[in-house]
Every structure is written in structure tokens, then in C-alpha cells.
Ligand binder design. Structure first.
Ligand SMILES: Cc1cc2nc3c(=O)[nH]c(=O)nc-3n(C[C@H](O)[C@H](O)[C@H](O)COP(=O)(O)OP(=O)(O)OC[C@H]3O[C@@H](n4cnc5c(N)ncnc54)[C@H](O)[C@@H]3O)c2cc1C
Length: 339
């Protein structure tokens, strides 16, 4: 049932949400509610007063301007993120257009300047008017409160540098399935759900902060702030352990695994001062030969792969709306895996 929520009601004793009222007067009662109202966070924040943990001192970007452009040539197989003086610009190749955006901190750059920088760095004709978004990095203290779970922006927002929002939405759905509430006391399920969601948010947060903090740039007040700011203890420990010994904690749950951390750390010049003692068992020549062999094996495997455009067309070509099949091929092949 679609409609605008105009009022949220709570049980007088427990504080649980009891029903919502829509603008057409309909009243909808339920045992359990999902808050998917985006930044409004109508149930979780505005009704249940879950406070917001603000991370903007670590992730100072709070604005984005997005604009689609015409695709020029075959799509690159990756998203390009280019640093600017108070943030960064994304360039996402899609099948029928290119997505672009400039993410920046309004404390260090005006909206007009941000738009001018974005436009100067586009490589195709604009397809629509640029759209501006504002946000604050952070999350609600708990994702599940009383009889309500926040999904998506209603529960938090981390800036788009690693495109993690839809992952966190999917994760909340999967965790909700795992810890699905029963009638009665759900405290153990709720606490474990919240613990696991918190952990994911915290790990993504640290990984995002790393991108900014590990910079070597010293050519603008924004980057000087990011390079010299104090970071969360957990990130400080990870960076110190890596710098001293090359060690990174491998965790089972969490989006970014060791190779992602290595790419950002080494890519930004954080090079370990020593290595795992097991490597001392090998002489330098043998190690070098083994690494060269590994590199060659990777190159041989990659050379056999189709180029990006052919792979996309073969596995997940955009649906032709004039001659649409009910599901794109990729969705069907995923379905057949589960059925
Ligand atoms: C340009 C751009 C690029 C992005 N790229 C990526 C990406 O590559 N990867 C990624 O993971 N994420 C990306 N995101 C982020 C992702 O799209 C969003 O995080 C996600 O769509 C948020 O979904 P949501 O349902 O939480 O919130 P929303 O999409 O904001 O939905 C909230 C809904 O609640 C409704 N609502 C609000 N108040 C009421 C009310 N009173 N009554 C009824 N309904 C109400 C609103 O109308 C809205 O439909 C991108 C976002 C943008 C803008």
C-alpha cells in the first residue's frame, strides 16, 4: 500500500510502534516495522529517538553534485575516483551513459566552485541538470530499536567513496532474515543483529577514513586536515601494525578484506618496514622467482578473459525496453543457482 506517512503511533506502555497513519486517513497496524524512509528516519529517529552518531569530523565531505553524461567509447571496467582540492569526483561507466559526481566538504569549498570543477572535468555532454545532495556521515546508535528495524539511509549514511549504501541495505535484509523476530521477547536476537550491523558500519567507516588520512597531499586546507586529523583507535592500530610489520587483521564478516586494505595502504605510500618471519626461510632470489611466476599466472588468466563490454553484453546486457524480457539474463542465472 503506497502513501505518505503523516503520523506514527506508539503503545503507551512499551513504547513499541503500534500503527502508522497515512495522508488518506488509512491506519495500518502491525507487530513489526521496517523504517525505509531514507534520511527522514521517521520511525527509528523521529519516533523512537535513536540518536545519531556523527562521524563528520573523520569524514568531512557533506555534499555531492551528480550529473549524467553521454558515454564516450567503450566503458572502462572500473569506477574512477579523482581527488580534487576539497573532495573527489566519481566517474562511473554505465551501459547507456556515464555517471559523474563531485563529493566535497562545504567547509572547504563553495557549491559554485564545486560545480565548476565538476563541469571542467567531464568528458562528455551533460544529459541532465546537475543535482545537489547534502548528507552527514554517521549512523543511528542502534539499527533495531523496540519493534522497528531501520534499513538504508534511515539507519545511517557513509559517503559514496566505496559505494557501500546498497550493500548495507542488502546486509540489513539478510541479517533480518537470520534474526527474524518472534512474538515475545526478542532481546537476544535484537542485540546480536545490532552488534553485527554496528561491526559492519565500523569497519566500512575505518576503511573510508583510511582513504583520506593516508594521503600525502599537502596542497589544500582540506587535505591537510585529513592527513593530520586523529583517527579512530581501531584504524590507528591497523595502520601502525601494517606500517611496522605488514600485518593486517583478516575478518570473516565485513565488506573489505585484506586485498582491499593492501591496495589503499600501499597505493597511498604506506609501505611496511618489515615482513612476516616466515619469509626469512626463503632466499631473496627464490622469493623473487616465485612472485614473478605468480604474476605471470595472473597475467595468463586475465589475458584469457573477454573485454569488459563483451562480458557485460553477454551476462547482464541492459533490458531493451521496447522488447523487454521480464528479467535480465544475469538475474535469471542467479535465480537458477538458488532454485
Ligand atoms: C547519484 C547517486 C549515486 C549513488 N550510487 C550508489 C552506488 O553506486 N552504490 C551504492 O551502494 N549506493 C549508491 N547510492 C546511494 C543509494 O542509492 C542510496 O543509499 C539508496 O538508494 C538509499 O535507499 P533508501 O531506501 O535508504 O532511501 P531513499 O532512496 O531516500 O528512500 C526513502 C523513501 O522514503 C520515502 N519517504 C520519506 N518520507 C516519507 C513519508 N512521510 N511517507 C512515505 N514515504 C516517505 C521517500 O519518498 C523515499 O522514496 C547513490 C546515490 C546517489 C544519489
Amino acid at each position: 500500500m503506497e502513501g505518505k506517512i503523516v503520523q506514527v503511533h506508539q503503545h503507551p506502555d512499551s513504547g513499541d510502534i503500534s500503527k502508522i497513519t497515512l495522508d488518506n486517513g488509512a491506519e495500518l497496524e502491525a507487530d513489526f516495522f521496517l523504517d525505509c524512509s531514507g534520511f527522514q528516519s521517521l520511525l527509528l529517529s523521529k519516533t523512537l529517538n535513536t540518536d545519531f552518531i556523527d562521524w563528520s569530523h573523520w569524514l568531512p565531505c557533506n555534499r555531492a553534485i551528480a550529473v549524467p553524461t553521454v558515454s564516450n567509447g567503450p566503458p572502462l571496467p572500473y569506477t574512477k575516483a579523482t581527488a580534487h582540492s576539497a573532495g573527489w569526483q566519481w566517474r562511473i561507466p554505465l551501459q547507456h551513459r556515464t555517471g559523474n559526481g563531485h563529493v566535497y566538504s562545504s567547509n572547504y569549498m563553495s557549491d559554485d566552485e564545486a560545480l565548476a570543477i565538476l563541469r571542467k572535468n567531464l568528458d562528455g555532454e551533460e544529459l541532465a541538470e546537475p543535482r545537489q545532495l547534502s548528507f552527514t556521515a554517521g549512523r543511528r546508535r542502534n539499527t533495531w530499536v523496540k519493534n522497528c528495524v531501520g534499513v538504508g539511509l534511515a539507519s545511517g549514511f557513509l559517503e559514496p567513496l566505496e559505494s557501500t549504501s546498497i550493500y548495507l541495505i542488502q546486509l540489513a535484509i539478510m541479517k533480518l532474515m537470520e534474526f527474524f523476530p518472534r512474538m515475545g521477547d526478542n532481546r537476544v536476537r535484537r542485540d546480536e543483529f545490532n552488534r553485527q550491523m554496528d561491526l559492519e558500519y565500523e569497519r566500512i567507516k575505518d576503511f573510508l577514513i583510511l582513504h583520506y588520512h593516508a594521503t600525502r597531499r599537502d596542497d589544500s586546507p582540506f587535505w591537510n586536515y585529513c592527513r593530520t586529523m586523529s583517527v579512530p583507535e581501531s584504524l590507528h592500530e591497523s595502520m601502525t601494525a601494517f606500517r611496522r610489520t605488514g600485518y593486517l587483521k583478516a575478518y570473516k564478516s565485513g565488506l573489505f578484506m585484506v586485498p582491499s586494505w593492501v591496495a589503499v595502504l600501499i597505493g597511498q605510500g604506506v609501505i611496511p618496514e618489515s615482513w612476516h618471519p616466515a619469509a626469512n626461510e626463503w632466499d631473496a632470489g627464490t622469493l623473487h622467482t616465485n612472485i614473478q611466476q605468480l604474476k605471470q599466472q595472473m597475467k595468463t588468466a586475465v589475458d584469457k578473459l573477454p573485454d569488459h563490454l563483451s562480458a557485460v553484453q553477454q551476462h547482464c546486457a541492459a533490458v531493451d525496453t521496447n522488447n523487454a524480457e521480464p528479467w535480465p539474463k544475469a538475474a535469471m542465472s542467479l535465480y537458477s543457482v538458488f532454485s
